[in-house]
Design a protein around this ligand. Structure first.
Ligand code: HMG
Ligand code: MG
Length: 298
């Protein structure tokens, strides 16, 4: 009873690149995004309209959005923390805005400088603006499987934030394992709790692969009816200043898993492998996709 079609949300241009210390040229980001959309990815997280003081790498987001070749069939999504970011995102023509909070108060303070409750209030006008502009609205919940500051996170705490994001009118909600500590049993417990507040088939898994559990976690969530997963081409990501932090699970590996299960994604794996080769060379990073490396060696 696995889903027949799974939506793969490519977050490499945002999550994969946001922690790069050296500025990645706009032209390189645009080239990457165009390669990913050409590969057939239905959603590419292309930008973040956040404070450039907090995340300098995302400062050129408007230029990136202006430079891409828009493919019908790909939604270009972007993070938006507040109305200032929303104005910039709408001016740039994003198709989906992502409001992001956390399942722990400590992480919310570190990432967005406010409490969870304050973040929801901050998102209310963003959500209204998204509805009146006809733009999709996604909610993202960090540290849903564990927090670097607080430690363990209860599934009920995640479900409570899911409920608040559902109230905002989110079309879909991401359950994020920011530090990649989750294992399949814990993932199933969090999705089960969350599905009491929001439909399972509108929840998405956003798994970082720090402990090598992400593919197992995806399979565990698939078996519960989750049909949307985030990944980063070549497994890009991770903060050079945060010890041991790694990127999202690699898109190539997720596609190899899904296609092997007979699940359709609409994505051309070979084209994503080539996009991974392109970006890792361009920014001089190792390719962290096992499937990508194997297919490049063929
Ligand atoms: P703050 O400092 O409390 O905000 O930051 P503020 O409203 O007091 O404004 C301070 C300054 O920032 C002002 O400028 C504002 O204009 C400016 P100044 O007057 O000092 O010159 N500012 C902005 N500039 C551009 N765009 C904006 C914006 N907002 C304010 N949107 C704030 C609060 C939320 C803005 C800040 O904390 C922030 O931008 N945080 C974003 C952090 C971030 O992007 N983190 C990474 C993405 S989340 C993630 O990776 C997790 C995820 O992958 C899931 C997972 O794995 O967990 C999604
Ligand atoms: Mg992330």
């Amino acid at each position: 009873h696995l889903p027949k079609f799974v939506e793969v949300v490519e977050v490499g241009p945002r999550d994969g690149l946001q922690n790069e210390a050296n500025p990645v040229p706009v032209a390189v980001k645009v080239d990457l995004i165009d390669r990913l959309s050409a590969a057939g990815l239905p959603n590419v997280e292309a930008a973040a309209f956040v404070s450039p003081k907090w995340v300098p790498q995302m400062a050129g987001s408007s230029e990136v959005m202006a430079g891409i070749r828009r493919r019908p069939g790909t939604v270009y999504s972007a993070l938006v923390p507040n109305m200032k970011g929303m104005e910039a995102a709408l001016a740039a023509g994003v198709g989906e805005v992502v409001v992001f909070s956390a399942a722990s108060e400590a992480f919310a303070q570190k990432n967005i400088n406010c409490s969870i409750a304050e973040s929801i209030e901050r998102f209310r006008p963003v959500a209204e603006a998204a509805k009146s502009a006809g733009v999709k609205l996604r909610g993202s919940i960090s540290v849903a499987l564990g927090c670097p500051y607080q430690g363990a996170v209860e599934p009920s705490a995640v479900a409570e934030v899911v409920r608040r994001m559902a109230d905002l009118g989110c079309d879909c909600i991401d359950i994020a394992d920011t530090i990649g500590v989750g294992t399949p049993g814990a993932v199933q417990a969090v999705f089960e709790a969350s599905a009491a507040a929001f439909p399972m088939d509108k929840l998405a898994g956003h798994f970082h692969d720090t402990y090598g559990q992400a593919l197992a976690n995806i399979l565990a969530a698939l078996q519960m009816g989750v049909a949307s997963f985030h990944s980063s081409v070549a497994g890009l990501g991770g903060c050079p200043y945060a010890k041991g932090a790694t990127g999202n699970v690699a898109t190539e590996d997720v596609l190899y898993l899904l296609h092997g299960l007979g699940i359709d994604t609409g994505v051309n794996l070979r084209a994503v492998v080539e996009a991974g080769d392109f970006i890792t060379r361009a920014i001089n990073r190792p390719n962290n996709s096992r499937a990508g490396k194997a297919l490049l060696a063929k």
